[in-house]
Design a protein around this ligand. Structure first.
Ligand SMILES: *Cc1c(COP(=O)(O)O)cnc(C)c1O
Length: 432
C-alpha cells in the first residue's frame, strides 16, 4: 500500500499542527503508523492523498449518514453559500431546522443550536444546574460527552485509547461535582444518589458509542428514568452520536424513555459544525434571553450549517433507511463472527441500528470494564489489514463503526474479504 503522500503531509503537518491533527482521535496513535490524509470522498467511498480508495465506515464519526456528497445536500449548501456565510442575526433556516428537530423528539418543545456536541452538553449541564439549583452531576464510566472540564472523567474512547485516566489541565475543582457510576448498573447510581443530596442531573449516552457500542439493558435504562424522576434529578440524554442514527429521532424513543434534556450533534448538521440541546418549555425558558441561564455563540445557527442540516434530515426522512441499516449491520455482524470462528479469534460484536463494532475479547461487553478486556494489539493488526484491503475504520478499538445509506452489496463483499484477511492476520500474529 502506498502512503508516501500521507507521510509527506504528516511530516509537514507536525511543524505547525499538534501531532499533525486537529483532534487526537485522528492521530492513529493507538494503532501505530501515521494518520492517513484524505483528499476527497463520494458516496460510500473515501480517497486518500495517495489515491487509495476505501469504503468509509468512519463517516466523520457519524455525520455523513447519507454518504459523501449527497446531491440534494450539496445543492442546498451551494444555494445557501451564495446568500452569504454569516450575519450575526436570525435566519429562517434556524426556524426550519428547529421545527424538524422538535417534531422528531417528543421531549423537545424548544431547541438551542450551538456549534458542537461538546458545546451542547456543557450548556445542557449548566441548564440542569440552573433549573434544579443543584451542582452535582452523575456520568457513566466510559461515556464521552465532549471535552469540557467537568466531563473529562472516565471519558471513553479518546482517553481509553491513549490510556490516560483524565486530562492534565483540568483542576480538581472542575470535576469535584462529577460523580461516576457504572453503565448497566443501577445500584451504582442508587449509591451515588443516597450519598449525595444535591444532584442536578444524570447524563448518559443512550447507546454507548464511545467505549465501543454498548446497549443498556431495558431494565437499567427504565429504572434510571424512574429513579431520576423520583429524586427530581434531570436526565440528560446525550444523543450527539445516536440522534437520527437508529430512527428518525432519538434512541431514547426506541428504549422507551424520555429525556428531560436532549443533546444533539453530528448527524443534525449533516457534516457542518452543529450541536443542539433541547427540552420542554418549562426547562428551556430558563435559557437567555427568556431566562437567566446565559449561553451564546457568534456562529450558532450558522445559515450554511442550518441548510446542510435541513437538507440532510429531509433526505433521511424521505429515505427512511433504518430497517435497511438493521439488516446491513446484521450482515456485518455475521461476516465478523464467521471469520472469527474460522480463524479461532475470540470476538464479541455489539451493534445498535447503524452502529456496530467488534471487541477482541471472550467476555460479553456490557460496560467500560468489560470493554477494556479487549485485546487492543489484536485490533491494531486487524485495523491495518482492513486499511490495506480498502476499508477505512476508526483507528481505535473503542469507537463505533458507522453505516451510510450508500453502502451497497459490492461494498459488503469487499468488507467480507477484508475482514477474513484481518482475522487471519490476527490469528497468525497471536500464534507467534
Ligand atoms: C462526539 C460526541 C460528543 C462531542 O461532540 P463534538 O462535536 O465532538 O464536540 C459528545 N457526546 C457524544 C455522545 C459524542 O459521541
Amino acid at each position: 500500500m502506498k502512503i508516501e503522500k500521507s507521510l509527506e503531509y504528516y511530516t509537514k503537518g507536525l511543524k505547525h499542527l499538534v501531532g499533525a491533527v486537529n483532534s487526537p482521535v485522528r492521530a492513529f496513535k493507538s494503532v501505530g503508523g501515521i494518520p492517513i490524509f484524505i483528499k476527497k470522498a463520494k458516496g460510500s467511498k473515501i480517497y486518500d492523498v495517495d489515491d487509495n480508495e476505501y469504503i468509509d465506515l468512519v463517516l466523520s464519526y457519524g455525520p455523513m449518514i447519507l454518504g459523501h456528497r449527497n446531491k440534494k445536500v450539496e445543492n442546498a449548501v451551494k444555494k445557501a453559500l451564495k446568500k452569504g456565510t454569516t450575519f450575526g442575526a436570525s435566519t429562517k433556516g434556524e426556524i426550519d431546522l428547529a421545527e424538524i428537530v422538535c417534531k422528531a423528539f417528543p421531549g423537545m418543545d424548544k431547541v438551542r443550536f450551538v456549534n458542537s456536541g461538546t458545546e451542547a452538553v456543557l450548556s445542557a449541564i449548566r441548564l440542569a444546574r440552573a433549573f434544579t439549583g443543584n451542582n452535582k452531576i452523575i456520568k457513566f464510566a466510559g461515556c464521552y460527552h465532549g471535552h469540557s472540564d467537568a466531563l473529562l472523567v472516565a471519558a471513553g474512547s479518546g482517553l481509553a485509547t491513549l490510556s490516560i485516566p483524565g486530562s492534565k489541565g483540568v483542576p480538581d475543582e472542575a470535576v469535584k461535582n462529577t460523580l461516576i457510576a457504572d453503565f448497566n448498573n443501577i445500584e451504582s447510581v442508587k449509591k451515588q444518589i443516597t450519598k449525595h443530596k444535591d444532584i442536578a442531573a444524570v447524563i448518559i449516552e443512550p447507546i454507548a458509542g464511545n467505549m465501543g457500542v454498548i446497549q443498556p439493558s431495558s431494565a437499567f435504562i427504565k429504572e434510571l428514568r424512574t429513579l431520576t424522576k423520583e429524586h427530581n434529578i434531570l436526565l440528560i440524554v446525550d444523543e450527539v452520536m445516536t440522534g437520527f442514527r437508529s430512527k428518525f429521532g432519538g434512541a431514547q424513543e426506541l428504549l422507551g424513555i424520555e429525556a428531560d434534556i436532549t443533546c444533539l450533534g453530528k448527524v443534525v448538521g449533516g457534516g457542518f459544525p452543529v450541536g443542539a440541546y433541547g427540552a420542554k418549555n418549562e426547562i428551556m425558558e430558563m435559557v437567555s434571553p427568556l431566562g437567566d441561564m446565559y449561553q451564546a455563540g457568534t456562529l450558532s445557527g450558522n445559515p450554511i450549517a442550518m441548510a446542510c442540516g435541513i437538507a440532510t434530515l429531509k433526505e433521511l426522512k424521505k429515505k427512511d433507511p433504518y430497517k435497511k441499516f438493521e439488516k446491513t449491520a446484521e450482515e456485518i455482524e455475521t461476516i465478523l463472527l464467521d471469520a472469527a470462528k474460522i480463524y479461532k479469534v475470540d470476538l464479541q460484536v455489539n451493534r445498535f441500528g447503524s452502529m456496530i463494532n467488534p471487541f477482541f475479547t471472550k467476555e460479553k461487553v456490557i460496560d467500560f470494564k468489560t470493554a477494556q478486556t479487549s485485546d487492543t494489539s489484536k485490533f491494531k493488526t486487524f485495523f491495518w489489514k482492513m486499511i490495506e484491503n480498502g476499508v477505512f475504520l476508526p483507528p481505535s478499538q473503542f469507537e463505533s463503526w458507522f453505516l451510510s445509506t450508500k453502502l451497497n452489496e459490492e461494498d459488503l463483499t469487499k468488507i467480507k474479504k477484508a475482514v477474513e484477511k484481518g482475522m487471519k492476520a490476527v490469528s497468525n500474529s497471536s500464534r507467534k
